[in-house]
Write a protein of this length. Structure first.
Length: 152
């Protein structure tokens, strides 16, 4: 019995020391993405920003629950910052929602409002694929220029 008591005392002392020891906290690594918006044709309405890591929901991220969505008044959209972005692969899609109705307006299947994408891919028939707009975010802040395009 005395050996059992001594072992119990050692275990209690060890668990008390472990409980009193400071716990290490792992810092959450995040960066910010700074977007310089070039070529807005007016200061009317809003610029809708979508930051997505999911190719399935790009560029229309309305159903992407994990996407970061921002609405910035066009008059203040020359520079947009997206803070707290974890390292990963992302793509950005922008819409210059000039009439501030919260969506891209179309006329005969063509966009009536401006749009832009990270890495400024060439636009053919339809929007670019995620791969042509994707970029990597690490532990440092990222800086990108996005050129707005207007068809009508």
């Amino acid at each position: 019995m005395p050996i059992l008591t001594a072992v119990s005392a050692l275990l209690l002392a060890a668990s008390a020391s472990a409980a009193e020891a400071p716990t290490a906290t792992v810092p959450v690594i995040s960066s910010s993405i700074d977007l310089a918006i070039i070529g807005l044709r007016s200061e009317k309405g809003d610029v809708l920003v979508c930051l997505s890591a999911d190719p399935e929901y790009f560029p229309d991220c309305t159903k992407d629950k994990k996407a970061r969505k921002l609405k910035v008044p066009a008059a203040k959209a020359g520079h947009i910052q997206i803070a707290g972005v974890k390292p990963g692969i992302y793509a950005v899609a922008l819409v210059h929602d000039e009439n501030a109705n919260g969506k891209m307006d179309l006329r005969l299947f063509l966009p009536r409002e401006g749009f832009g994408f990270s890495r400024n891919p060439k636009i053919g028939m339809g929007p670019p694929k995620f791969e042509s707009a994707q970029f990597s975010v690490g532990t440092d802040d990222a800086h990108y220029a996005v050129r707005m395009k207007y068809i009508l």
